[in-house]
Write a protein that binds this ligand. Structure first.
Ligand code: FUB
Ligand code: ZN
Length: 675
């Protein structure tokens, strides 16, 4: 048995034993269970390239930056109680945790003894920095009498003033769970459990009460509960969520720090019905609520997140799936407040939205959640990392124009940030994507994402593998080979994306300008079948035999998307979508400009795959008009030009310049700007 086989066997045993524990310890859970990332192997051009770049470039670069910026040194100094906290934010510890988490996922797929040893050495450093009672927070432990910025003079008292002690704990738990699942080693898990036990001793009904200043500890505690079966962790997660909305804020203030909205702390969560405040905090809170609702059967959390989801998708999401429009407070704006020039759209918020939408799907089994997840994943999320794997966006702009500069959106990527939450969040998200493709409920199998490769499932104690072959996201022809170990009654539910059914997103916020009328065709073993759609899934129930072949033909056309009139900035404009991909125009392909392009209603689009552009992208082309000012500055006219649009995720990989997602359909006004 070589090392890779040995590792795979170990992972198999681990997953099996943790599922056994799960089944024993938790009767109540998500009705639908995801097929774990370790049971899904990709053979997909689009995603394998990204996962490989993450493994070979992003993870090493991230560890290197944790080192060179002093993040690792903070842990070493904490162990020795000597020195001075040497980075800027108390949550800088989490960049190490998140990189360990991503590296663990990566190790599960790609054994690498050197990386495994490096992780162990880091975990040893973390272990030494942990205080005897389990407390782990370098900003205080280095020099408790002179704690780092925001930490506060005593443990926990600044939790609601940005100390991030519980946020750090949450990321530690997420990393520890991933590391344990991927490697079977308990070294990081034991550190996390000691810390979680400290929280259980410290917080609770007869103990300290606090609403975590930045959520994630709730999701993290649930992860530890799943592994350990220790109910205290689940109870504490629920307790933390229920602490929100009981603090005395200035309700009249419009400032969200003062009125509590920034922290989702203005009213109890079960009364909340808008996606509000800091977008990353919000996503992690709603994900934690979904976890607790699933594991306890609490319907009040469920009702609240259902309402909040409707609000977010119906009123507060950008057309490419990004959320968190407002820079000041990194937060959701008011309903329909979705400006293009100043769009903030933190990469971490998109990642959080993927976490939340996956959980909403597991609760409800409706494809609309995966539609949002897919839109986010293929657009506003992966735009956050450059094709080189080592340059990142913190914010994800909707428009960059030479005529306006804002401090809120970045026109180009950076290698790292002083507050570097986004790059390290990307590190952990990318290698976990195999875990989002399949899910199951009894003998029903959900196929959610279309990514070539094989998923290995167990249905009624029988092995079933599903192999996907496709050229997604560029091509709508999908092929699935269904391979049970022997004939097997099962229901395969294949997601028919909203975008293939005349729905730009699952709300009326954005709509296709005209219906296509084209239907998705499905064949089994070469014969077209009639199928029912239930909750967005084509349902095919039959006795499956070895090598049964299902083909699905999703109509992939260039679609014109219009926004609801209530979004001021998008009035009279069109965005371009093809399949799951949203497009933009960038200066590089459009004579140095992008914000002067008019896309008239009758523009005819062609799509061409260019293997040499941006690691291979399908570009859209159309004859359109562009606004020109003659050199004298006295005449303005429009002239014919060819629009070249590229996938939104791929912009800003060729230098800095104009970009836009929305195009005016005609000129209605002109504002003269002076420089
Ligand atoms: O506060 C920790 C992280 O830093 C947040 O999630 C990001 O929005 C950034 O503010
Ligand atoms: Zn971030």
């Amino acid at each position: 048995m070589n090392e890779k086989q040995a590792m795979k066997t170990k992972i198999g045993i681990l997953i099996w034993s943790s599922l056994t524990l799960t089944a024993y310890a938790q009767k109540q859970d998500y009705p639908i269970q995801p097929v774990p990332f370790t049971s899904v192997k990709f053979a997909d051009k689009f995603w394998n390239a990204r996962i490989e770049t993450n493994r070979t470039v992003t993870i090493p670069a991230s560890f290197q930056r944790c080192d060179s910026t002093g993040r690792i040194k903070n842990f070493i100094m904490a162990a020795e109680h000597k020195g001075k906290f040497c980075t800027v934010y108390p949550f800088d510890d989490t960049d190490i945790y998140k990189t360990i988490e991503g590296a663990s996922y990566s190790l599960a797929e790609h054994p690498d003894p050197a990386l495994a040893r490096y992780l162990d050495s880091l975990i040893n450093i973390i272990h030494k920095a942990q205080e005897p009672d389990g407390y782990l927070y370098t900003a205080r432990s280095i020099d408790p009498l002179n704690p780092g910025p925001w930490a506060g003079p005593e443990r926990w008292i600044n939790e609601q003033k940005m100390s991030h002690e519980l946020y750090n704990a949450g990321h530690l738990y997420e990393a520890a769970a991933a590391h344990y699942m991927a490697t079977g080693k308990r070294n990081l898990l034991d550190i996390a459990l000691r810390n979680a036990d400290l929280l259980v001793r410290t917080f609770g009904p007869q103990k300290k009460h606090v609403a975590p200043g930045h959520e994630i500890v709730e999701m993290g505690l649930v992860r530890l509960y799943r592994i350990s079966g220790k109910k205290d962790y689940l109870d504490l997660a629920k307790f933390f969520i229920e602490q929100r909305g009981h603090k005395d804020y200035n309700k009249k203030s419009k400032n969200e720090f003062e009125n509590g909205k920034y922290f989702q702390d203005d009213i109890p969560v079960i009364a909340q019905d808008e996606a509000e405040g800091h977008a990353v905090r919000a996503m992690y809170l709603y994900s934690g609520m979904a976890d607790v609702a699933a594991l306890t059967g609490d319907t009040s959390f469920l009702k609240a997140i259902d309402r909040i989801w409707d609000n977010m998708v119906g009123k507060k999401m950008y057309v490419q799936g990004s959320i968190g429009a407002v820079g000041d407070g990194e937060r959701f704006g008011e309903n329909y407040e979705l400006p293009n020039a100043t769009a903030y759209n933190e990469t971490c918020a998109a990642i959080g939205s993927v976490f939340w939408n996956q959980r909403m799907f597991l609760l409800h089994g409706d494809s609309k959640y995966i539609d949002v997840l897919e839109k986010t994943l293929y657009n506003g999320l992966i735009s956050g990392v450059g094709l080189d794997g080592k340059s990142f966006f913190y914010t994800n702009a909707m428009q960059i124009s030479k005529n306006f500069r804002t401090e809120d959106t970045e026109p180009e990527r950076s290698g790292w940030f002083t507050c570097s939450c986004c790059p390290t969040n990307v590190v952990r998200l990318i290698p976990s994507i195999p875990g989002y493709v399949y899910a199951q409920n009894g003998n029903s199998v959900y196929i959610n994402l279309f990514i070539s490769g094989t998923g290995n499932l167990i249905i009624n104690n029988k092995k079933l593998s599903i192999t996907q072959q496709n050229n997604y996201p560029w091509d709508g022809a999908l092929q699935f080979t269904i391979n049970p170990e022997s004939a097997l009654e099962a229901t395969i539910r294949i997601r028919i994306p909203g975008w293939a059914q005349d729905e730009a997103i699952p709300s009326n916020l954005y709509q296709y300008e005209s219906p296509s009328g084209k239907k998705t065709e499905i064949s089994v073993n070469g014969k077209q079948v009639a199928y029912e759609i239930e909750h967005g899934y084509a349902v095919i129930s039959r006795k499956w035999k070895k090598n049964d072949r299902v083909t699905v033909d999703l109509p992939m056309e260039v679609r014109r998307v219009a926004a609801l009139d209530k979004i001021d900035d998008d009035k009279g404009k069109v965005a371009l979508q093809r399949g799951p991909i949203m497009y933009c125009a960038e200066w590089k392909d459009n004579n140095g400009q992008a914000c002067n392009i008019i896309v008239p209603r009758d523009a005819v689009f062609s799509s061409v795959y260019d293997a040499n552009l941006l690691n291979g992208v399908l570009v859209l082309k159309a004859d359109v008009r562009s606004v020109q000012i003659d050199p004298s500055g006295q005449n303005i006219n429009t002239q014919n030009t060819t629009l070249t649009a590229i996938p939104y995720y791929s912009w800003a990989n060729r230098g800095k310049g104009e970009m836009t997602v929305w195009f005016p359909e005609r000129v209605t006004d002109l504002t003269l700007l002076t420089k």
